[in-house]
Structure formats: C-alpha cells, structure tokens
Design a protein around this ligand. Sequence first.
Ligand code: C2E
Ligand code: MG
Ligand code: MG
Length: 574
Amino acid sequence: MSAERHYLGAARRETPRSLRPNAGTPSHAWARYLDVIRHGLLMIDDAGRVIVSNAPAERLLTNFLPPSRKLGARPLLRALCAGTGKPRREVFRSLRQGRDRRTAVSFEVRDQGLTLQVELNPAEEQGWIATIEDVSARKASEARADEAARQDPLTGLPNRLLLQERLSEALVRLHRNGEKCALLLVDLDRFKPVNDTLGHPIGDALLKKVADRLRSAVRPTDTVARIGGDEFIIVQAGIREASDTQALARRLVDLIGRTYMIDGHLLTIGASVGVALAPNDGDASETLLKNADLALYRAKVDGRGTYRFFEPEMDARMQARRRLELDMRQALARREFQLHYQPQMQLDGDRLIGCEALIRWKHPERGAVSPLDFIPLAEEIGLIVPIGDWVIRQACRDAMHWPAHMAVAVNVSPAQFKSDRLVETIMSALAGSGLPARRLEVEITEGVLLQENEKTLRTLHRLRELGVRVSMDDFGTGYSSLSYLRSFPFDKIKIDRSFVKDLSSKPDGDAIIRAIAGLGKSLGMTTVAEGVETPEQMQRIREEGCTDVQGYLISRPIPADDLMTFLASYPPHA
Ligand code: C2E
Ligand code: MG
Ligand code: MG
C-alpha cells in the first residue's frame, strides 16, 4: 500500500485547469472525438483518478473490474496490477521510476482471455496519459507460432527446441531441490530400410506409431521429443533411483520392438537406447547429451535392440577411437600403409598360383597396427574407400612383377561396394598397371552381400564381365553363407581358418571341410583352406578334397620385396 501511495503522491487539492475532475466518462464535447481512436485512452491524475477516458478504454477495461466497481477508481489500477501477474509493489516501483525519469512505462495485462498492452506516459504537469491496446489476437497467433516452432509437425511431439527448454527446467529443479532426472536417447534400428523400400508415407506412418508408443510409455511429467529422422529423446523427471530409468529403458526397447501393421505391411523395427543420469553422469545439458550419445553408441555396437547406461570408460574409449581416426586419416598421405602378400598354393602340383594382399600399418608411435584393429573403424567412417583404392592400385602394380600365371587377391569391404566407384577404380588400376583382369581377384565377405543385395550383385556381375574373379572369404562364419553361394557364381570359396583349426581339435572337425569341398566341386568353384599351419592339417586338407591352401605352413604374409625372394626359391626343396 505504501508503494501505491508513494507513486500516487498525496492527492493534489487543486484540479488540473484544462480538465474537470471526473471519475467516469469525459464531459467535454471534444473528448467524444477521442472515441474514434481505435486504442483505449485514459488520462489519470496523480491520485489515480481517471479524468478522461474514451469509449474503447471503457470497453476494454470494464473486463478488468468487478461488476460493482466503476471505472476510474483505484480498483482499476489494482485490477490492472493484478493482470500484469507481477507483485503490485514492483508495478508501482516502475511507475515511480517512469515518473521520475519522465519515460513511458508499459506492461501487459492479462485477464479473461484478453491481453492488453498498457502504456503510461507521464503527462505534462501531473498524472499520466495511458494508451490501451487489445493485443489478444496477436498474442494468440504468436503463441500458436511459438508452439509450432517447438513441435515436430509429423508426430506432434516436442522438437529439439522444446526439449532443450524442458531439460533446462529439469536441471533447474535438480539444482534447486535435488530432483534427479534421466536422459534417454532412442534410435530406431532398421528404420531406413523400411523408408527406402516401402516409401516415405509408410515411413511417416511408422514414425507416428512409434511416437504414440513412446508417449504411452512415459508419465505426464516426462518429455518425449523427436530430434531427428528416427531419433527421439526422453527426459524422465523426478526419478528416485537408476532402476526407475532402467525399467523405462527396458519398456521402450520392448514396446518399439513389437510388430507394426501399416497399410497391410507387417513391420518390425527395433530401438537402441543410450541413457545418462543427472547428476551422476553430468548436470549440464551438453554433458548429458554427449554421455547419452556415447551410451547409445555402445548399445548399437553391442548388437542394437538394447539399452546401455553411460559409463565413464565409454568416454575414454571414444577418445581413443577419435585419436585412431585422426592418425588413420594422415596415414595414407604419410605413406604409412604397406601391403604384405601371402602366397596360395594349388594342391594339384603344389604350385603357387597367387597371393592375397593384406594391409599393414606402421605408425611412428603405435608401431604395427593390425588390420583387425583399424579396418572396422575405417569401414565405419568411410575411410576404407580411399584406403581400399590404394590397396587395389598398389596390389595391381606389385603383381606385375610376379610370374604371369600368378594372381593377386584383394579384400574389398562393404563400404567400398556402397561407394559406386569400385568398378571404375578397378578398371583404372588394371589399365594403369597393365595387369590383365583375370589376374585380379576380389575377396568379399558376407557383409558385402548383406547390404543392398541387388546393387551389390550388379557390381559383382560387372566385375565378372571385366574378367575379374570373385572369392567368398571367411566362408562358413556368417549366417547364411550357403544362400549367398546360390546368389552369385563365385570363382572361389575360402574356407575360414576356424574350420581348419577344428580339424585336429574336434572329433568330427573334418566333416565341414569335406562338405564345403564337395559343394565347391559340384558348383565348379575352387576351394581354398585358410590358416593351414601344420603338415598334418595340410595332409587332412588334401584328403578332404580342397583344391588350394593358404597359411603359415607355406608362408606368413611378407613384404613385396621378400615375396620376390620367396618366389625365386620356391619350391624350397626342389
Ligand atoms: P582375411 O582376408 O581372412 O585374411 C586372412 C587373415 O588370416 C590374415 O590376417 C592372415 O595374416 C591370417 N592368416 C593367414 N594364414 C594364417 C595361419 O596359418 N594362421 C593364422 N593364425 N592366421 C593366418 P590379417 O592380415 O591380420 O588380416 C585380417 C583381416 O583384415 C583379413 O582377413 C581381412 O578381412 C582384413 N584385411 C586385411 N587387409 C585388408 C585390406 O586391404 N582391405 C580390407 N578391406 N580388409 C583387409
Ligand atoms: Mg581375405
Ligand atoms: Mg579369410
């Protein structure tokens, strides 16, 4: 009350000369002209009495007064104050400041669905001139636009912007009263193939159903947001312990993994979920998002369709990965890669008929890095394409120094098949080196045939038309090696070395090799046993009917220069 009085000052005894004090409508004839102004207009004296008001002002302001009250008394100011939603003390303080500085004071007043913009300008001698604008429509459309800007149009879920706000709010609650929360990053597995093969309308319908299931899995206090094509985030609020979140993560994986019926198609996708808990795994948005992302990455690496909670060593592992990536990116330019060659021997006549090119990386600090440690990462980040190009060109060049009957085999990764450039690269490597196509072999694993089968098969056929031979590597280790043998007429089957190892260690260890050798024979394909290390294994391989062998018994993979020496002295006991 004191603030009010202070602003209003002691009511002056003398009245303004130009206007007659009147707590109601203006009595001056000219004042009626004010009615044609679209905005509300008021003149208020320092005592808070309304001296002049136009019709729009009366119309707008009556909404703010209890029915019994008349416009013009202090209740008007009180009602306006209440409508600002701010403490009355604060409103009067700003009025006082406006008065002192002779600047306009403006505030928004809201009540019963109306929003008014009230601006008070200190009048010349005393009191205020107030303009009142009805901004309800504008505010409503702003609010709608605001909501739209925070919503994903397809699913109606909050988008990244609103998610950020909700997460910030949750973190404020965490800091203020220790209310824990969790961030769950959900990534759909196998969504892309649905979208690519059945079309976007089906993909969209599927996303909507996923959104519904996610919504149904959380409480009203949680937030589910869509932040990308098939990526969702859940902010789980007010959790007591990690098991609350674990239960939710498990529920999400289960719910998303159930089949969907869309437009007559029975669809199955999965969800990988990465979880970060606040405050344990961070108490800032960026840290939590980063850590949930690391956990999601782990969930995917661990086979998808599962959830993982963030653990600090994930961060360390990711940093090591990043360092490896950086080093690998430089390795090509720094000529740190080298090719070693491992000879293959034909059992009929014990002749060397070719070599497999195997990449070696000698890093100045890391030393020799095994292909098993860097090829998977190179595939994942696409770096295998330039590295693989180099391998093909180098192998063709090296093979030109070998006896004319010897072939060179290169390993080609799934990512290289995806890149569209493979056939051109091979053609230009052959042309550049002068190596006849029949002396080049391409080794592929099941992974190549698992992806975009049609396109891959077309590429394989084009290679075959060029005269390049195609081998199925690591045969027997995948899920459906047999069905792949039917899909393409391979020239060669390379029996994985795990079966050769089984020869001596398992009672029926020879059954598989015998079966594959028989299969190769009837399909007209060469069968190479990989990883032959001992004379006994060699003997057994011969007996089972394989046509070729490769392994340490003949030679380990050796540098190109040493290979020349090796070839010159072969066969060793001749
Ligand atoms: P892979 O194509 O199946 O190659 C055969 C692997 O078995 C080679 O390992 C070879 O050194 C090893 N090996 C050969 N004989 C024996 C033996 O008697 N005993 C034992 N224990 N091992 C034997 P390496 O060189 O470490 O290569 C591993 C894998 O890395 C290769 O398996 C291949 O999948 C991949 N790789 C190697 N070079 C390249 C390349 O240039 N491009 C691509 N995309 N992958 C490559
Ligand atoms: Mg191979
Ligand atoms: Mg192999």
